[in-house]
Design a protein around this ligand. Structure first.
Ligand SMILES: Nc1ncnc2c1ncn2[C@@H]1O[C@H](COP(=O)(O)OP(=O)(O)OP(=O)(O)O)[C@@H](O)[C@H]1O
Length: 235
């Protein structure tokens, strides 16, 4: 049996907006596993991003526990949480947040220059299929290529987990599939536990495990017996 990378118990996040309290997460018990590719599905507002932000140490729960391996993230102070993010977590968001005045290689270098055990930026860009675009600026790259630079930037520090919030949300099917191929390669070659939020149900078919959310709770967890290749996915 594969070891768990994340274990949440009774995870609850309440946003207090003054007039109303929103239970974004409402007692989530969830195990996610080392090296697995997990897809999080669910309607808008069901709590997916809130969960991802807590797993990534960007936010804290109101109650409950979240273990990363044998570390209880809820017990870390702010400095320790920052160190956890820096050493263990790669993030990919819907919008790429690349520095426009830097090339693809230089955007990745921003991270590798300060990481503890980085891979060369060229290796990270090769892994996502961009070896021919090293010296291109973001404006010279397609949306899918820019997202792949963002993935290279996220994985160049060799994180243990890669957390992706709608990574194909801004992309059409053809370029979106290239981004999924890049995530698949990272997961296969580096064994990085990869957790992907998507509204696109077609993507669930490439996952090891699919978690469905509703109203801040886990509705179901399914394991895919037959995964399909990213190239077979279309939307
Ligand atoms: N900073 C905040 N302040 C108040 N309420 C918030 C805040 N962030 C999220 N929420 C609320 O918490 C609930 C869960 O939001 P969350 O973003 O986690 O959902 P989601 O499933 O990721 O949605 P989407 O698919 O639209 O991104 C929603 O009702 C949302 O309005």
């Amino acid at each position: 049996m594969t070891a768990t990378v994340f274990r949440t118990r009774g995870l609850t996040r309440i946003y207090d907006t003054g007039k109303v309290q929103v239970r974004a997460l409402d007692g989530v018990d969830l195990d996610l596993f080392e090296s697995e590719f997990t897809v999080l599905l669910g309607p808008s507002g069901s709590g997916k991003s809130t969960l991802l932000n807590i797993l990534g140490g960007l936010d804290r729960p109101s109650s409950g526990t979240v273990m990363f391996r044998d570390i209880d993230l809820t017990r870390l102070d702010d400095t320790q949480l920052t160190a956890y993010r820096r050493d263990h977590v790669g993030f990919v968001f819907q919008f790429y947040n690349l520095v426009a005045s830097l090339t693809a290689r230089e955007n990745v270098q921003l991270v590798t220059d300060v990481a503890r055990d980085p891979m060369p930026p060229e290796d990270a860009l090769r892994l996502v299929g961009l070896e021919a675009r090293l010296d291109h600026f973001p404006a010279e790259l397609s949306g899918g290529e820019q997202q792949r630079v963002a993935i290279a930037r996220a994985i160049a520090k060799r994180p243990d987990v890669l957390l992706c919030d709608e990574p194909t949300g801004a992309l059409d099917s053809k370029t979106g599939v290239q981004v999924l191929e890049a995530l698949h390669m990272v997961n296969m070659q580096l064994g990085t536990a990869t957790i992907v939020i998507t509204h696109n149900a077609a993507i669930r078919r490439m996952a090891h495990r699919v978690v469905r959310f509703q109203d801040g709770r886990v509705l179901s967890v399914e394991t895919n017996d037959h995964r399909i290749a990213p190239q077979e996915i279309a939307w």
